[in-house]
Design a protein around this ligand. Structure first.
Ligand code: ADP
Length: 639
């Protein structure tokens, strides 16, 4: 979902904040260092080895006493009169020691060695004291450090996951249950207006009415009417639902809280419900206001259709909270909840009943005039050549959503820029449309001559069959330039249909089988290149038989699962015998279509071969050339 609007202000974290946030880590390190120093005495004592100690101190009778510390370190005190001269030149007389230290392996070993040397050298016995120094701070740290580390990791995780919901500024664990909705108000206004929304006229009228409810509620309440609480925008992805909501925000000039359904549900249980509460509380404080929940299916999915798993429990409690909040506020509070979804059929019925989201606004994919209007909106900021024509582009893009059109305009500008042009021309738009339909041209993809031959016949097969059938779309061009994953493609100009007859379905299946049938007819061998076609054909045949009741043997029966019940429970709504019948009927349907397709190709083999040769020669064959080969398409006129 495109979102170009400014983000709500977030305080940048300055380096000062960073140091403030981590002060306790620095404090810990400081405490550790100090306690280390305190524990092991003055750093003035020099480290020495047993040999050095034995030969240069002990045997010389220089040692006055030894302190064994914590059974692991021996601190050596030199007789004061020896200091400041000889080997101890560098140690001043006033230094009370310890003057040297060494780490000992074990106390017994140390004692034995000391005794041996003292006896052997007939030295005066040296007093050895044993001391235990415990460092309270270090002990405390040893106990608490693991906990501190765990807490630090926890805080770190909370900070990361809480970022979406935490809102602006520094981290506060208590912000976790806050909604984190994006707010548009006096200081942060949405710049989108109804001017930016092209087409969608009926939806616009309904949405404008909502703006009016908020601005002039008395006009309606005066007559006893209740203002709707919730409005749901339903439409395919990219149809402009979010755009419409932003336009409402821009036009209504009331605070507008925008949040996505998925932002309610986090990994922590209970967060969703409290975020819903928080969102409604804020909206009520600022009433009249609008709450917009994008992708509401993330929380509002029908409860009967979900497995009861942990995450769904969380979603359910969030949904319950949402229902409660919507029931809880009266119609005169001045808060209207808008929501958007692509799957209204998946939503919980409780959400859609009157008193909650009682208004449904359907946004359809744009028709040719609306597409033209959307092209014009998105062409406004572009530098166009005078020959670019929104009408032609709209005619070439049936089935495209508003988002696709926005994408084409941007892509065309990028293509023109890459070609170092000053103005965007029509061919840039055509290239952008091709790219969006079929993916990027891959001119560098190396294909062997033999494979190219197969691809050429395959594509020529699609073209020939669709040309001679009555109910297929008009063919615009055929290409064997590899694009995206495919090695070739045929471009059609789809017509806008709302219903299909059985014959239309069958013709389309034949056109899709044309590629494989051509390979079969020409080479007597088939290849794996027909995967996508076969998938499409199988699905189409299945829907004809199992959903649309278009097969005489199956009769007028539909197993279509509009509310996803069977999809979730992994059951089939029909018996095993019916499953076998469906399988057989689908197979027969595809087989008879294949036979028909082959027949067409055998009849028109001459044209098929001619087109394939032309494709191998030119790679792209356009409509005029197709007409030269096949003659004018008898049944159809091109729009
Ligand atoms: P949805 O929420 O329905 O999935 P969006 O509202 O996010 O779709 O649409 C994505 C983009 O498509 C928008 O930002 C806008 O640029 C473009 N768009 C969609 N519909 C229209 C329209 N009717 N007029 C102008 N632009 C549109």
């Amino acid at each position: 979902m495109a979102n170009n609007d400014p983000q709500p202000s977030k305080k940048p974290s300055s380096p000062g904040n960073f140091f403030q946030g981590w002060w306790w880590v620095y404090l810990l390190i400081a405490i550790l260092l100090i306690s280390q120093w305190w524990m092991w005495g003055t750093p003035a004592a020099k480290e020495t080895t047993w040999l050095d100690f034995q030969n240069n101190m002990l045997v010389q009778n220089d040692v006055s006493s030894i302190v064994v510390l914590n059974q692991e370190r021996a601190e050596i005190y030199i007789k004061p009169e020896r200091l400041g001269s000889g080997a101890y030149q560098e140690i001043p007389k006033e230094n009370e020691g310890p003057h040297f230290f060494m780490n000992i392996g074990s106390v017994e070993q140390f004692e034995t060695k000391l005794e041996e040397v003292t006896l052997a050298q007939e030295l005066d016995p040296i007093p050895v004291k044993y001391q235990k120094r415990t460092n309270l701070l270090a002990e405390i740290l040893a106990w608490t450090l693991p906990f501190l580390i765990i807490i630090a990791v926890w805080v770190f995780i909370l900070r990361r996951v809480g970022r979406g919901g935490g809102g602006a500024g520094g981290f506060n664990p208590f912000d976790f249950g806050k909604s984190g909705a994006q707010v548009f108000d006096d200081t942060n206004t949405s710049k989108v207006t109804f001017q930016d929304v092209a087409g969608l006229d009926e939806a616009k009228v309904e949405v404008m009415e909502i703006v009016d409810f908020l601005k002039n509620p008395e006009t309606y309440t005066r007559l006893g009417a209740k203002i709707p609480k919730g409005v749901i925008l339903v439409g395919p992805p990219g149809a402009g639902k979010t755009l419409m909501a932003k336009a409402v925000a821009g036009e209504a000039k009331v605070p507008f809280f925008s949040i996505s359904g998925s932002e309610f549900v986090e990994m922590f249980v209970g967060v969703g419900a409290s975020r819903v509460r928080d969102l409604f509380r804020k909206a009520k404080e600022k009433a009249p206001s609008i709450i917009f929940i994008d992708e509401i299916d993330a929380i509002g999915r029908s409860r009967s259709k979900t497995f009861s798993m942990q995450s769904n429990d969380e979603r359910e409690s969030t949904l319950n909270q949402l229902l409660t909040e919507m029931d809880g506020f009266g119609t005169n509070v001045g808060v209207i909840v808008m929501a958007a979804t692509n799957r209204a059929d998946m939503l919980d019925k409780a959400l859609l009943r009157p008193g909650r989201f009682d208004r449904h606004i359907y946004l359809e994919l744009p028709n040719v005039d609306e597409r033209k209007a959307i092209f014009l909106v998105h062409m406004r900021p572009l530098k166009l050549h005078s020959a670019t024509d929104a009408q032609t582009l709209a005619a070439q893009t049936p089935g495209f959503s508003g988002a696709d059109i926005a994408n084409i305009c941007n892509e065309a500008a990028l293509i023109a820029a890459r070609r170092k042009k000053d103005l965007i021309e029509m061919e840039d738009f055509t290239e952008a449309i091709d790219r969006i339909i079929a993916g990027l041209e891959k001119k560098t993809k190396i294909i062997s001559g033999e494979e190219k031959n197969i691809v050429a016949y395959h594509e020529a097969g699609h073209a020939t069959v669709s040309w001679f059938l009555k109910h297929t779309d008009s063919l615009m061009k055929v290409s064997i330039v590899p694009r995206g994953k495919s090695l070739g493609a045929a471009w059609y100009l789809p017509e806008e249909h709302h219903i299909f007859t059985r014959q239309q379905f069958l013709d389309r299946i034949c056109a899709a089988l044309g590629g494989r049938a051509a390979e079969d007819v020409v080479f007597n061998e088939v290849s794996s290149g027909a995967l996508d076609d076969l998938e499409k054909v199988t699905k189409q045949a299945f829907t004809m038989v199992a959903f649309y009741g278009l097969d005489p043997e199956m009769g007028n029966i539909s197993y279509y699962d509009s509310n996803g019940e069977y999809e979730q429970s992994l059951q089939k709504p029909y018996s095993e015998a019916t499953a076998q019948l469906i399988d057989r009927v689908v197979r027969e349907l595809v087989a008879s279509s294949y036979a028909r397709t082959k027949q067409i190709l055998i009849e028109h083999r001459k044209e098929l071969e001619e087109l394939a040769r032309l494709l191998l020669q030119k790679e792209v064959v356009v409509r005029e050339e197709l007409e030269q080969i096949f003659g004018p398409r008898p049944q159809k006129t091109v729009s």
